[in-house]
Design a protein around this ligand. Structure first.
Ligand code: ADP
Ligand code: ZN
Ligand code: ZN
Length: 802
């Protein structure tokens, strides 16, 4: 028996199947889709069995060394999906297989030697190599002299040592630093020892005494608004101790799940569910686009459709964007389907993800709720796939293979003959256009459940505010409203589309902006550490005292981030309790959920945050939403800027007044006349669609054209330019005349991590030669991209143009 194996060497030369002999003892239970360890040149590597046959064109075959699975990790359907995915996205087959599996299953293999005899019987130098360990790594070979190497080989031959392949799972442990009091000291003794001026230190001691148990160092520093330096004297005196602790994921595990009952659907919801239910019942594929305003009861429709699928003994996949995967959402699903739900999201450790994935593989669950990669859930009787917030760009993977979950969903839907539902309050233009052309079936829910009003939206012209002498980041009306809501004890959401304290620093005398030396992007100022950081390569430097260019001391911070807003809030509304949610306050596992739950319990009046608060929140007492700077997205160099702005504003306003209390929204902007902002006021998606489609048509952008982006980068600028020019020549030569090839031009981010970047763009309507032409280009530069510095990325249907 011969196994055809896709091997874990992502390169064009190895992007095919390799034949291996299957040892007789495994033939009874080996199956396609299992992982194996195979010899490959001098190495042993992992691979997937794609096929089992009895024939091979090759005579001398090596044997499969190890079987890693008892059950296939890839179903025959997923093997097929992998092949299709690789072809569609111009990536390697092995990468496509790997992306469908939890990371923990991708393992490194290490060779090691273990004892097969008493250690005492071995030569002394070998005993020394083992020391206390039960195995030695083969790397020690390098350290040995010639005679020793020969002796070791002899031990292997005689069977006293055995060579083994140890699989190193990729699941990594995470540690955080914790602080605790050191036992022998009493608080009095410590206080006596510290001088009265050491206020911060005393505060820390009291805090830890109060805590009674160890607490994460970062949390202590954050809670007491102090820095690491304060800890130093306490650590030196031995009053406190710092240690590392494994981080377990606390989030979502201890959710209290209450059983939830289905609502009696409204007539409109029923009308939307009916055609979906029909497809479920008759096991037919169809793609639906469910356009439903925020709060129109889409999720309830999903839940009832899923219930029907489960009743049929089938399974359902529900995709939601990572940031909408809130405890609230999970509770709602678990409340309906209990233990039949698996949840897959990035907050899980690699091991936990594997656990959830195994539940699906073993058919212990019927429903998976998860972010993008959950689209590959190894269900075998799929009855429906739902993609909520289908317009979200996070459904596109920005690494190889650059797939879009929507395409995979439809492919799998056809395979399983089951419906696919794309849902959104603001569908992507592409999807809505397809629905108009009846490629998808359009379903609309244009009113909120039980005719609750959509929130009223007021647009505030910030130029006017400035003319009236208001230099604060809050307009007068918004300030008034916030005071009013605080008095009524209703909750407020403030949205800012940025992170950090100030986005960049600029010299007021000469206009110099501090930029990263490796990337052509400005540094971001981080107030907490008083440092400048590059958000692309991670490089950082101390905040300069004077301008690098003219030595002036007049350096100004530009842009205003969430931290700055928080400071101003505490000044202007000292009585308000504020929760800030941004990348900085939510970087720790579980903190996202903790902050939201705290807000839900009413422990704060204002939730201030970035993108991550735009979605999924459904709290009854939120009655006011303020958008601080609606324009910040409008001016990015991206043809989807207006669409993103409209979507985001509509999502954010959707947080207000979802229950009995009416909601009000204030959008502050410097471009109040822009249609993407104007139309949020009327909540008029259809008009936005009409206007934006017209612009896309005039400019020749999707959905009127398809697009492909090629990015070329290298450390040498001349190389990048010459390769880019050649690629453009080839494209113009080999593609149809009706296809438009633009560039090469320097990318908007012209240099990243010391690499120069160029790009060219292809716009086409129907281009049968595209894939072949791009493959040829890949192959032509194969050697250089494999060995040299050159990188060529190809992105079909790109979402990022930087
Ligand atoms: P969407 O997903 O469109 O934003 P949801 O499904 O979350 O809307 O519904 C909005 C609110 O209305 C939720 O609080 C939900 O519990 C409630 N709801 C949904 N459907 C019904 C119904 N048929 N009857 C009563 N309340 C409903
Ligand atoms: Zn950088
Ligand atoms: Zn200067």
């Amino acid at each position: 028996m011969i196994a055809k194996v896709s091997v874990d060497v992502p390169s064009a030369q190895t992007d095919r199947l390799f034949d291996y002999l299957v040892p007789a003892e495994w033939q009874a239970y080996i199956k396609p889709g299992m992982r194996v360890i195979v010899p490959f040149g001098p190495r042993k590597i992992q691979g997937f069995i794609v096929e089992l046959t009895n024939e091979s064109e090759f005579k001398q075959l090596k044997k499969v060394l190890e079987l890693q699975d008892m059950e296939p990790v890839l179903t025959s359907e997923l093997i097929d999906v992998g092949k299709w995915l690789a072809a569609e996205t111009l990536s390697y087959q092995i990468s496509a297989f790997q992306v469908m599996l939890p990371a923990a299953l991708k393992s490194k293999v290490k060779k090691e030697w273990v004892l097969a005899t008493n250690k005492q019987d071995l030569p002394l130098f070998v005993q020394a190599l083992f020391g206390q360990k039960s195995s030695i790594s083969t790397e020690v070979m390098k350290e040995l002299n010639k005679q020793e190497k020969i002796e070791l080989q002899a031990l292997l031959l005689s069977g006293e040592l055995i060579e083994k392949y140890k699989v190193i799972e990729k699941a990594k442990q995470k540690y955080i630093r914790m602080l605790t009091l050191n036992e022998p000291y009493t608080l009095e003794a410590m206080e006596a020892d510290l001088s009265g001026r050491a206020k911060k230190q005393l505060q820390i001691l009291h805090h830890l005494v109060h805590q009674k148990q160890p607490k994460a160092t970062n949390q202590v520093l954050q809670d007491l608004k102090t820095t690491r330096q304060t800890l130093q004297p306490l650590l030196e005196k031995g009053f406190i101790r710092e240690f590392e602790q494994k981080v377990y994921r606390e989030a979502m595990k201890d959710l209290t799940i209450e059983q939830e009952h289905a609502f009696a659907l409204t007539a409109k919801q029923k009308a939307v569910l009916a055609p979906i239910a029909e497809k479920i019942e008759h096991r037919k594929h169809e793609t639906f686009l469910l356009h439903g305003v925020t709060g129109s009861g889409k999720t309830e429709v999903y839940l009832q459709a899923i219930a029907q699928v489960v009743e049929q003994g089938k399974e359902a996949i529900m995709l939601v964007p990572e940031i909408s995967l809130t405890p609230q959402m999970v509770k709602r699903f678990k409340g309906r389907f209990g233990d039949l739900v698996a949840v897959l999201h990035s907050g899980l450790s690699a091991g936990e993800k594997l656990d959830e994935w195994r539940k699906i593989q073993r058919q212990e669950v019927k429903v998976v709720v998860g972010a993008r990669s959950a689209i590959f859930a190894p269900f075998q009787h799929l009855g429906m796939i739902i993609i909520d917030e289908e317009h979200e760009t996070t459904y596109k993977q920005e690494d190889n293979p650059r797939y879009h979950a929507r395409d995979v969903a439809i492919y799998r839907g056809e395979y399983h003959q089951c419906p696919v539902i794309l849902g959104s309050a603001t569908p992507s233009l592409e999807s809505y256009a397809r629905a108009k052309k009846e490629v998808y079936t359009l379903l609309e829910l244009l009113e909120r459940v039980n005719n609750r009003d959509m929130p009223t939206v007021e647009i505030v012209d910030m130029r006017e505010e400035l003319r009236n002498g208001n230099r604060s980041m809050f307009s007068e009306v918004l300030m008034e409203k916030m005071k009013e809501k605080l008095e009524k004890q209703e909750q407020i959401v403030l949205f800012l589309n940025r992170r950090g304290h100030s986005t960049f620093i600029m010299c007021r005398d000469c206009g110099y902006v501090a930029t990263c030396t490796h990337c052509d992007v400005s540094f971001t100022y981080h107030r907490h550490q008083h440092k400048l950081k590059c958000h692309y390569c991670g490089d950082e430097r101390q905040m300069p005292k004077t301008c690098d260019s003219c030595q002036s001391e007049h350096i100004r911070f530009f842009g205003s981030g969430t931290q700055k807003v928080e400071e101003e809030l505490t000044k202007l509304l000292p009585q308000a309790r504020v929760i800030r949610m941004d990348v900085d306050t939510t970087s720790r596992k579980g903190s996202h959920e903790r902050l939201l739950e705290s807000f839900e319990r009413g422990e704060a009046d204002i939730l201030l945050g970035t993108q991550m608060i735009a979605k999924g929140l459904d709290f009854p007492s939120i009655t006011l939403v303020g958008v601080l700077a609606a324009d910040s997205m409008l001016h990015i160099p991206d043809f989807r800027a207006a669409e993103r702005t409209f979507q985001l504003m509509e999502q954010v306003s959707g947080r207000a007044g979802r229950h009995t209390l009416p909601g009000e929204v204030f959008i502050q902007t410097y471009t109040p006349e822009h249609y993407s902002i104007q139309l949020v006021q009327a909540h008029d998606y259809h008009e936005f669609y009409r206007k934006e489609m017209n612009n896309r048509r005039l400019a020749g952008y999707p959905p009127y054209y398809y697009m492909a982006l090629i990015n070329i980068s290298d450390q040498e600028l001349t190389k990048v330019i010459s390769v880019s020019e050649k690629i453009v020549q080839v494209l113009k030569r080999d593609l149809q005349p009706s296809t438009i090839v633009l560039g090469p031009v320097a990318s908007p981010l012209a240099r990243l991590k010391d690499r120069y970047r160029y790009q060219c763009m292809i716009k086409y309507r129907n281009e049968p030669r595209l894939i072949e032409t791009l493959r040829n280009i890949q192959d032509h530069y194969l050697k250089e991209t494999n060995q040299g510095n050159l990188q060529i990325h190809m992105d079909l249907n790109p979402f990022i143009f930087m």
